[in-house]
Design a binder for this molecule. Structure first.
Ligand SMILES: *Cc1c(COP(=O)(O)O)cnc(C)c1O
Length: 234
């Protein structure tokens, strides 16, 4: 299949229209909260969707995308990036240290820095490739056992360590609240932690709660299914 073959897109999914509607929703939410001056970047989460479904979104001029697996992103995005070289690709899933080399080569931003071993491997690889990616620290705001991320109490120390010992620039914090919780307190906690460690960007909010996240100060919302439709079952 070529990336121009859109024949197997179901008729009822229009990613470009969905993206426009979400942009409107966010503007309305910011207006409602009296925060019209805030800018929220929509990270279009294209994981598990094929290039044919991503292409119409690129054609609207949108350039910021999120993927959660290095190998899948490599396979899908090499041709797309050739066509749209100003694409910003963001890794939003866990990164194993043995994939750091490929990740640094492909991505522009890593949102899932969640342990010192990974931070060290990234610092080393940035030197090697003479390429410095923007980094976000993932925070486990719900302190869930099975979820990766730095515990809220350890975030300030971790960010300091990344800066002072490894010379990394941490641009922001990212969180994925527990699915069963009201997300608002988690977003508020992330915003507070960002202030505490002096970082300005906040990646929070997904398809179900991007408006609330925008009202609580998100600079980036990561929206998948509301743009691209449900992901194919694995
Ligand atoms: C898949 C994913 C998203 C997008 O989720 P939707 O509910 O489809 O919008 C956002 N963030 C992360 C980290 C993800 O893995």
């Amino acid at each position: 299949m070529t990336i121009d073959d859109q024949n197997n897109l179901p008729d009822d999914i229009n990613p470009a229209e969905n993206l426009a509607a979400i942009t409107e929703d966010i503007s309305a939410a910011l207006r409602e909260a009296g925060k019209e001056q805030n800018h929220v970047t929509i990270v279009a989460v294209s994981k598990q969707h094929e290039a044919a479904r991503i292409l119409p979104v690129l054609e609207t001029g949108h350039r910021v995308f999120g993927e959660n697996r290095v190998q899948e992103a490599q396979a899908k995005w090499s041709a797309l990036i050739e066509k749209y070289p100003d694409t910003e690709l963001r890794l939003i899933g866990p990164l194993q240290t043995n994939k750091v080399k490929e990740a640094v080569a492909l991505f522009d931003v890593i949102e899932s820095v969640d342990r010192i071993k990974l931070a060290k491997a990234l610092a080393k690889e940035f030197e090697k490739q003479d390429k410095r990616l923007k980094l976000f620290v993932q925070v486990n705001t719900g302190e869930e056992e099975q979820k990766s991320g730095i515990a809220p109490n350890d975030v300030v120390t971790f960010v300091d360590e990344c800066r002072d010992q490894l010379g990394l620039t941490i641009e922001g914090l990212m969180c994925i609240p527990p699915a069963a919780d009201d997300p608002a307190p988690h977003f508020a906690l992330l915003a507070k932690l960002a202030k505490d460690c002096g970082v300005s960007a906040l990646s929070m909010g997904m398809s179900g709660d991007y408006s609330i996240a925008a009202q609580l100060g998100a600079t980036h919302v990561r929206v998948g299914s509301a743009i691209f439709g449900l992901r194919p079952a694995k």
